[in-house]
Ligand binder design. Structure first.
Ligand code: SAM
Length: 282
C-alpha cells in the first residue's frame, strides 16, 4: 500500500469516514519523497523509534521497514481502524492511543525499547504544539539520541538559529542547551493533504549527553533566558531590568565582568556568555 499516494490516502480516509480536524494539526504527507528521507536521517536497523502523531501511518510504515521497532503515539482515536489496516503487515510496530504531552514517555521507552541499541524520535509534528512537544522531549531528559521532526519553516529557523541570526530567541538558546540542531531540508506546503498555508522544514536535534553549558541553577537560567529575549528591540540591560526587576547598574557591572558593553543585545551572545551572566545575576 503506497500511503503517500493521494488517491490511496483519499480512498482509505473515505472508507473509514475520516474527516480532518484542524484543531489536531492534521495535515497528512502525500509527497512520496519526504518520508523516506526523514526515516533515513533518523533510524537504522538497531534503532527504536518513537513517533508522535502517525496519522494514517505513512512515516510509521517507512520507519518500520528500516528500524528495529516503532512505537507511535496518536491522540485521535478515530485513526484506530485506519492504522490497524495500514500497519497490519508490520509486526515491529505498535500504536499507543493517548496525548504525547501527558503520557509517561520515559516509562514507554523503558518498556518498549529495552532490546534496541538506541532510541530516536521521528515525527511530522502537529503544528499547534510544536515547541511544547520539542521542549518537553528535551527537558524531560529522555534517553534519546536525536529528534528528527517536520515543523513549520519559521519554527525550524527559530529552533535552529545561532547567536547573531535575526531569528535567534529564547527557544533557540533552550534547544542549543540540550542539543546540536540542524535544518535538514525544506518541504513545500503542497506536500500535505490538506495543504497548510505555510511551508515546512525537517530539522534534526542531535541530543547532547550533557547540557552544552554548566549553570548554577537550570530553572533560574531558563527564567533569565526568557527575560533576555522578552522585548526584542531592547538591549539586554533594559529588558532584563524591566522583566526581572534587577537594577540596571547590577546588570551593567555583570556585563563588564564579561567584557561586554551595556548596549549589547541578547541575540548577539553565545550560550556560554548567557550562562555566565545568569550565574552572576540570578
Ligand atoms: N505522521 C502523519 C503524516 O505525516 O502524514 C500525520 C502528521 S499530522 C501533521 C499530526 C498528527 O498528530 C495527527 O495524526 C494528529 O491526530 C496527531 N496529534 C495531534 N495532537 C497530538 C498529541 N497531543 N499527541 C499525539 N498525537 C497528536
Amino acid at each position: 500500500m503506497n500511503l503517500s499516494d493521494i488517491s490511496t490516502v483519499k480512498s482509505i480516509l473515505a472508507k473509514n469516514g475520516f474527516t480532518f480536524k484542524k484543531s489536531l494539526g492534521q495535515n497528512f504527507l502525500i509527497n512520496p519523497t519526504v518520508c523516506p528521507q526523514m526515516a533515513e536521517h533518523s533510524a537504522d536497523l538497531d534503532t527504536g523509534v518513537l513517533e508522535i502523531g502517525p496519522g494514517i501511518g505513512v512515516l510509521t510504515s517507512l520507519l518500520a521497514q528500516i528500524a528495529k521497532k516503532v512505537v507511535a503515539i496518536e491522540l485521535d482515536e478515530r485513526l484506530r481502524p485506519v492504522l490497524s489496516q495500514t500497519l497490519a503487515e508490520f509486526d515491529n510496530t505498535k500504536v499507543i492511543f493517548g496525548d504525547a504531552m501527558k503520557l509517561d514517555l520515559k516509562q514507554i521507552i523503558a518498556d518498549e525499547f529495552a532490546d534496541c541499541d538506541h532510541v530516536v524520535v521521528c515525527a511530522n509534528l502537529p503544528y499547534y504544539i510544536t515547541s511544547p512537544i520539542i521542549m518537553m522531549l528535551l527537558e524531560s531528559k529522555l534517553p534519546i539520541k536525536s529528534i528528527t521532526v517536520m515543523v513549520q519553516k519559521e519554527a525550524a529557523e527559530r529552533l535552529c538559529a545561532k547567536p547573531g541570526d535575526k531569528e535567534c530567541g529564547a527557544i533557540s538558546v533552550a534547544v542549543s542547551y540540550y542539543s546540536d540542531p540542524e535544518l535538514l531540508f525544506l518541504v513545500d506546503r503542497d506536500s500535505f493533504l490538506p495543504a497548510p498555508n505555510v511551508d515546512s522544514a525537517v530539522i534534526k536535534l542531535n541530543v547532547l549527553p550533557e547540557p552544552k553549558v554548566k549553570v548554577d541553577d537550570e530553572q533560574k537560567f531558563f527564567k533569565f533566558i526568557k527575560a533576555c529575549f522578552a522585548q526584542r528591540r531592547k538591549t539586554l540591560t533594559n529588558t532584563v531590568s524591566s522583566t526581572l526587576g534587577i537594577p540596571k547598574d547590577k546588570i551593567i557591572s555583570a556585563l563588564e565582568q564579561c567584557s561586554l558593553p551595556p548596549t549589547v543585545r541578547a541575540e548577539q551572545l553565545p550560550i556560554e556568555t548567557l550562562a555566565q551572566l545568569s550565574d552572576l545575576l540570578m
